[in-house]
Write a protein of this length. Structure first.
Length: 258
């Protein structure tokens, strides 16, 4: 039988020396940074600044409710919504093609295992473009476009489009590459186009997993429909109709009654 001697519990934190050291090191590093940036939070509680703050907050009361002011608020609110909507619409127009160009899943040259040099360079360039677009804040883009097109809604729309186009493109590309890529790869190997592989291999998910269930009442028509796809790596197996197939068939024959 093994025996062990119980040690008394320590009376103080054994890691207090390292904690004190790292806290002191952080203060030594942050203090010069605060001095260089003139960070002085105590000026917020000075009497002069407290008076200015109180005057600013007091200007909110009573709120202006006259018709002219409310019409101005409504008009500018609608303009803000319009700028945001137009900017996001342009962002989608920009993000979708950049997503398709940057993802490896839809590359035909990558089916052999290693992507060709030309497509690889294009995809890397598009990915760096997405990083640059989403790394620059929309406020910076807005200042750039104000210089180019002048002050107005156009600068805001373009700024939102570029920043969120980069964000959406990056997110969509990661979504396409993070899930199972075998359906899209199988479609590309079977000879389908990139858009077909995108639609049926990435965007549409079958409830049967990686299997596609095809049913119908005409056996010859079914054989003719699947004949072009009877090639590796696709595998076809004939199964008995299920109750769901019967239900779908009956519903397709049902006429709408208004």
């Amino acid at each position: 039988m093994n025996t062990a001697t119980l040690r008394p519990a320590p009376t103080r934190d054994p890691a207090w020396v390292s904690r004190v050291f790292w806290i002191g090191a952080a203060l030594v590093l942050l203090w010069p940074l605060g001095v260089a940036t003139e960070f002085k939070p105590w000026v917020l509680v000075e009497p002069k600044n407290l008076k200015v703050t109180a005057q600013f907050l007091g200007s909110f009361l009573p709120p202006a409710l006259d018709g002219e002011f409310l019409a101005l608020v409504a008009r500018d609110t609608w303009r803000t919504v319009a700028i945001a909507t137009a900017g996001m619409a342009l962002a989608l127009v920009l993000a979708i093609p950049l997503t398709l160009a940057s993802t490896r899943v839809l590359s035909v040259s990558a089916l052999s295992g290693r992507m060709a040099r030309g497509p690889w360079l294009v995809r890397q360039a598009v990915r760096w473009l997405l990083i640059v677009l989403r790394s620059i804040p929309e406020l910076v883009w807005a200042l750039v476009f104000v210089r180019v097109v002048g002050l107005g809604p156009t600068a805001g729309v373009l700024a939102i489009a570029l920043t969120y186009g980069g964000m959406l493109g990056k997110v969509y590309a990661e979504i396409l590459e993070s899930t199972d890529t075998r359906p899209a790869r199988a479609l590309l190997e079977a000879g389908s186009g990139r858009l077909v592989a995108l639609g049926y291999g990435r965007l549409i998910r079958s409830p049967f997993g990686l299997a596609l269930h095809v049913s119908g009442t005409d056996r010859k028509a079914l054989e003719a429909a699947v004949a072009p796809f009877r090639k590796p790596p696709l595998k076809w197996t004939e199964v008995e109709p299920t109750l769901e197939d019967v239900f779908i068939h009956l519903m397709s024959r049902q006429e709408d009654v208004w």
